[in-house]
Design a binder for this molecule. Sequence first.
Ligand code: PMV
Length: 369
Amino acid sequence: MNKTASVSETTYNNSALIFRGEIPEGKVGWQSPSNIALVKYWGKKEVQIPCNPSVSFTLNESYTETVVEYRPAHSGKSTVVFYLNGVINEQFGKKIDAYFKSIESVYPFLNQLDFTIHSTNTFPHSAGIASSASGMSALALCLCSIEKKYFGTPSGEHEFFQKASFLARLGSGSAARSLYGGLVSWGKIDGRPETSNLWGTPQTENLHPVFSTFRDSILIVDAKQKKVSSRVGHGLMKTNVYADARFKQAQTNIVELLDVMKNGDLERFINITESEALTLHAMMMTSNPYYLLMKPETLQIIERIFGFRKSTGIPVCFTLDAGPNIHLLYPEKVRADVGSFIQAELKQFTRNATVIEDRVGSGPVKLDL
Ligand code: PMV
């Protein structure tokens, strides 16, 4: 029987991970990337189970570095102090404390420790890059490293990253995909027994080489905090009248996209990717209450991309996250042409001429402390 598919959620509820004695003082750190979804996760069930599978490119330049310092809890009760980019952040500290409590059945040793956590992002907060994906995956990797050090598990590399993905998912769904490089799916895909709703699965086997060269130029239209959080947006799918059709469409799209990404058909790749981006925003517009996250500049840029592609035949397309900023996706070989296009036509619609240059990356790296 397939090992990945046979592991159930309860496997990780492990009372064996109660440390007999005292875990001493120590520290551990990981660098972990953000990702950009091609087929979007939008709508979830308890606990962080997606209503449809998703797939994303792992990014290279947009990542979080997290160092977790731990020591025996001095008051007998665990505490968390959290620094974001060198500044203490009580709001995130509370969120992480709540996250640690929510995974106590997986890691009973967490309540034996005090934590000081230092996290830095290479990209600005709320720039349309998922900081929860990189941040939660980096933190989950640190927890797995603590387990490995004091309990000897998870045993192999596969088990280690799978458990980290499982834990990252419980913090932020899309974070489940940040544990591997290249192309990564999360959620059960029809006809693919190796995939799971509980953790991400790398999809790099037989991937057409053009996709490992893909670039993502992130055009910042508006860097303000979004008006409606993803948590609220996922929740609104429960009453969206188009939800069931959307979940079915995502299954069809992901099966076709994974095929297309093996055979290198860029025309189909562009069609599915752009349709997914617009469908995500269509779901927001057809929720109740309805809302819009795109800005007039977002539409201006999209129109220009359509025009440029039509007149030049250059395979460049867009995707959107839950926000107004454009992720411009294209193969490395057309970089010079797309660079001139951004300068000449797109930059005028960005906020303070901000374009973040990224590309497909190779996944997390353990920090040498
Ligand atoms: O991981 P969350 O709960 O922040 O949801 C993110 C959902 C999207 O970014 C809009 C799409 C995706 O699949 O990443």
